[in-house]
Design a protein around this ligand. Structure first.
Ligand code: ADP
Ligand code: MG
Length: 437
């Protein structure tokens, strides 16, 4: 087993790692850090919880000089994720003199400009706000030596592809770059071909989509019965719970119900101010709240270590989101549980997700003896409206029906990138892309 000491990191960084209590590098760290330190580009496909942040952050800290201008640039899809990466870098870099700033929409420019004025070596940014800074000259990329694209597939889904290309075109060509993505749709492969130089590719978990290590089950019930079952399922749980809902209205309703039942729940959705979202995530992350009710804004990349149960109160509107949601549990090798509520009208969509689940999936109707009585008209409706397969090349469908284009979609930064959909294929395509690896 390789130790952190053997990866080529300096004493200051090793001290920071030690403070965090990391004993050994995770496989992705062991694989990626030495490669980045030789100056080679990297493409990494790995599921959430595999430790990607430390993989790129430690290598970056090792290579960057204090007081030498902005040398490191990390792009991430959401402000939450960007802030989380910054926090981790601060911890890893506690004993270095390297300074880092988060640049994201939703926060006033002033704070960011002040931090930039004082000087930073690493910028963690959502693409939209970064472009604002580039245009006003408050960030320049000429000293950049290290670039990271984290959760590249999410950025693509959110319509950031043009922004990313715009940014990368401004960066010096002589740099070390790495790209991380849970899936590898062709657009990501194309991006990496265009912007990375003979990258070393790591496919770190072939069973990314299995939800390995997570006990998964589902229950088909009437929509109006969901709350009753929710309460039944979360009552015996001692650890933290995340409840995913399809819209902000549902999120609010469920949170309100939980409060009425005296649960210690918080909610996060896109209409909340940035400040409140941060507060809420903070409460949950530090364990001051037991239950987080969330739209998919919280499903990607956000690391909350102790989640024991994920409940899909509504099924996600995209197959991949299912795996991202349940990936919030069983982090860092721990065991977790995921229960999906399927309303009668979602059975067809659920079947599409179910097909992608490659581990045993428990049928709770069977186990608990709960009858399903789907009315006939709904049964006929089941061959889903969304998966007719006709609209592959329709770029301008408005995105009402799936993915990040929904009007209640909220995991995007301030430029409304989510509305500009790059393409309409998304997840389907990404499974295809996997075979290239
Ligand atoms: P990813 O970005 O791949 O989803 P993260 O970088 O967020 O994963 O890491 C997941 C969790 O694992 C975090 O809580 C992180 O602190 C923890 N972690 C990362 N590397 C190590 C390590 N070497 N030892 C112990 N815990 C680690
Ligand atoms: Mg991550």
């Amino acid at each position: 087993m390789t130790k952190f000491e053997e990866l080529g990191l300096n004493q200051d960084i090793l001290k920071g790692i030690k403070d965090l209590g990391y004993e050994e590098p995770f496989p992705i760290q062991e694989a990626v850090i030495p490669v980045l330190l030789t100056g080679r580009d990297v493409v990494g496909q790995a599921h959430t919880g595999s430790g990607k942040t430390a993989a790129f952050a430690l290598a970056m800290l090792q290579e960057i000089q204090p007081k030498n201008g902005i040398q490191g640039l990390i792009m991430a899809p959401t402000r939450e994720l960007a802030m989380q990466i910054t926090e981790e870098i601060k911890k890893f870099g506690k004993y270095t003199k390297i300074r880092v700033v988060t640049v994201y929409g939703g926060q006033g420019m002033g704070i960011q400009l002040d931090a930039l004025d004082r000087g930073v070596e690493i910028v963690v940014a959502t693409p939209g706000r970064l472009i604002d800074h580039l245009k006003r000259g408050s960030i320049e990329l000429r000293d950049i030596t290290h670039i990271v694209l984290d959760e590249a597939d999410t950025m693509l889904d959110m319509g950031f592809i043009d922004d990313i290309q715009f940014i990368l075109d401004l960066a010096p060509e002589d740099r070390v770059m790495s790209l991380y993505s849970a899936t590898m749709p062709t657009e990501i492969l194309r991006l990496s071909e265009e912007y990375l130089n003979n990258p070393k590719q790591f496919l770190l978990d072939a069973d990314d989509l299995s939800g390995d290590g997570i006990d998964q089950s589902y229950l088909v019930i009437k929509d109006r019965d969901k709350f009753k079952y929710l309460v039944d399922f979360i009552k015996p749980i001692k650890g933290q719970v995340i409840v995913f809902c399809s819209t902000k209205y549902r999120t609010r309703d469920v949170a309100r119900f939980l409060h009425q039942e005296k649960f210690n729940a918080v909610a996060i959705e896109g209409d909340m101010s940035q400040h409140r979202r941060e507060q809420t995530m903070g409460k949950f992350r530090t364990g001051k709240a037991d239950i987080l009710v969330a739209t998919d804004v919280a499903s990607r990349g956000i690391d909350v270590p102790r989640v024991e149960l994920v409940i899909n109160y509504d099924i996600p509107n995209q197959e991949l989101l299912y795996f991202h949601r349940i990936g919030r549990t069983a982090r860092a090798g721990a065991k977790g549980k995921a229960i999906t509520f399927v309303s009668y009208s979602s059975v067809g969509d659920w079947n599409l997700i179910k097909r992608q689940i490659k581990v045993p999936l428990e049928d709770l109707n069977e186990k608990m003896g709960i009858q399903i009585s789907i009315p006939d008209p709904l049964k006929r409706q089941i061959p889903s409206r969304r998966y007719g397969g006709q609209s592959r090349s329709n770029y301008s469908r408005g995105g009402r029906s799936r993915g990040y284009g929904r009007s209640d979609r909220d995991s995007r930064d301030d430029r409304g990138g989510g509305r500009r959909r790059f393409n309409d294929r998304g997840d389907k395509n990404s499974y295809g892309g996997r075979s290239k690896w």
